[in-house]
Ligand binder design. Structure first.
Ligand SMILES: Nc1ncnc2c1ncn2[C@@H]1O[C@H](COP(=O)(O)OP(=O)(O)O)[C@@H](O)[C@H]1O
Ligand SMILES: Cc1ncc(COP(=O)(O)OP(=O)(O)O)c(N)n1
Length: 271
């Protein structure tokens, strides 16, 4: 008798260029030795230079994908990424309430590195009011945390304030990513756990344009580790080490913000 394989789910958009979205999620899950299913909620025409176009998937097909996955697979942890617009966020929320899909990590993707909006302005309110209360872990970058809290975040103290405010909005565990603090020598993320414990995970900032998909990769790695049984703190610490390794061991693809090296390994990794 073979033990059941650990199964996860990504609920997100595709990236035709292969660097972000569902593509980054599945590569990460594979590298972290879990099986990943996918509910595609939007399709983008995208490469390392930017997002040329995208189209949300109709609600009926989103519902059918959720049903197909939930009727057959045993999902231990799932994550959301690009959610496009109000109708898509509402469809995802409805399905997350309907099915048991394990621990939920919400990566509130809003704007791609090239500047394209992957979530409509009016959908930010829907994410704040309907999706955040379902999230076990929320992983906003600095601009996303500003949008969700209405706070200006220009330093570490303000990251701490924003994390507290996000917990007040109903999120259990908050990870605010510091990757957008480009003037700093370190890339420091702040974590506030459900227990009230807080800590920073920091790594040296790597001077590179090959950072397309960093947020997706971090949140997918956390989802994979949670699915395997790690606690939230351990999953986040592994996620930070993995994303650092994928940036540090860069690969050369495309002419713009290049993708990460998902084959990368790091010292002390059990996988
Ligand atoms: N240049 C960099 N060097 C090292 N770590 C980075 C760099 N850019 C981002 N990171 C890390 O990658 C993860 C994703 O961060 P961020 O880029 O802020 O998210 P997003 O991709 O959602 O905008 C975080 O752990 C962050 O600290
Ligand atoms: C389809 C899709 N989903 C998410 C993103 C954003 O990914 P992220 O990890 O935040 O990386 P950047 O795009 O900011 O480099 C995306 N671009 N496409």
């Amino acid at each position: 008798m073979v033990n059941e394989t650990v199964q996860t789910l990504t609920i997100a958009g595709t990236d035709s260029g292969g660097g972000a979205g569902v593509m980054a999620d599945i590569k990460t899950m594979q590298m972290r030795h879990v099986f990943s299913a996918a509910v595609i909620v939007a399709v983008t025409a995208q490469n390392t230079i930017g997002v040329q176009d995208f189209m949300p998937i109709p609600k009926k097909l989103i519902d059918e994908q959720f049903a197909s996955v939930a009727d057959d697979l045993k999902i231990r942890a799932c994550k959301t990424g690009m959610l496009a617009d109000v109708a898509t966020v509402e469809a995802v929320v409805e399905n997350l309430k309907k099915y048991d899909l394990g621990t939920l990590t919400v990566d509130p993707v809003m704007v791609a590195k090239g500047g394209a909006h992957l979530l409509s302005e009016d959908a930010i309110k829907t994410v704040r009011e309907q999706l955040l209360p379902l999230a076990d872990i929320l992983t906003p970058n600095l601009p996303e945390a500003e949008e969700l809290t209405g706070l200006k975040i220009a330093n570490k103290d303000q990251m701490i304030d924003a994390a507290k405010k996000l917990q007040d909005l109903g999120v259990k565990n908050v990870l605010i990513k510091g990757g957008h603090q480009t003037e700093s020598k370190e890339s420091a993320d702040f974590i506030l756990l459900e227990s009230g414990k807080s800590f920073w995970v920091s790594s040296p900032r790597i001077d590179t344009v090959r950072t397309h998909g960093t947020g997706d990769t971090l949140s997918s790695c956390i989802t994979a580790e949670i699915a395997k049984g790690a606690d939230v703190e351990t999953a986040i610490r592994i996620g930070k080490k993995y994303v650092q390794a994928t940036i540090a061991n860069g690969i050369q693809v495309g002419h713009g913000h290049g993708p990460l090296n998902h084959w990368a390994t790091f010292e002390g990794d059990g996988e």
